[in-house]
Design a protein around this ligand. Sequence first.
Ligand code: ATP
Ligand code: MG
Length: 183
Amino acid sequence: MRFSKLKLTGFKSFVDPTDLVISDGLTGVVGPNGCGKSNLLEALRWVMGENRPTAMRGGGMEDVIFAGAASRPARNFAEVVLQIDNSERLAPSGFNDSDQLEIVRRITRDVGSAYKTNGKDARARDVQMLFADAATGSHSPALVRQGQISELINAKPKARRRILEDAAGIAGLYQRRHEAELK
Ligand code: ATP
Ligand code: MG
């Protein structure tokens, strides 16, 4: 599975629809302080099911919605679309019927978040599991926040093991076992 495009509308500073095309190889995003580079990474984490406002540098989940600027009113919703090239059919079963996989997450004020996968309504958990099995996802060690390296160095052994397990792609198995034990 390869991320091919990220589309943002009303997400943080990206009030107008914005497409980020992710080509083969390395993609770099450069720009002055405050132009929205970190917001892009947060959009990626958010569409994969991130539910901790702190991970989005906010106090509540609705803080990801464009809050308005001097010349522009606030928006009522934010939407992020992630397109994934699945031509190698490496997505988990249930997601493997097409060459392209599209995940949509939209949050509306006072309503909350809704997800779609390939146009069909989905639950947050479905989206989180889709990525948990692919050693990626909102908690993925592939997304490195500022200060995260020192967190890893200073982490207690149990917390450090979780990070290594995430990297190895077995986080989804733990989630399933936990749910099976609850049943
Ligand atoms: P740096 O180089 O300093 O790391 P950056 O390019 O990573 O900067 P971001 O932190 O992604 O910049 O963007 C910060 C900008 O996003 C700020 O100008 C902030 O006001 C704006 N912003 C964040 N949340 C919202 C929101 N909900 N509505 C409108 N603007 C927002
Ligand atoms: Mg930044």
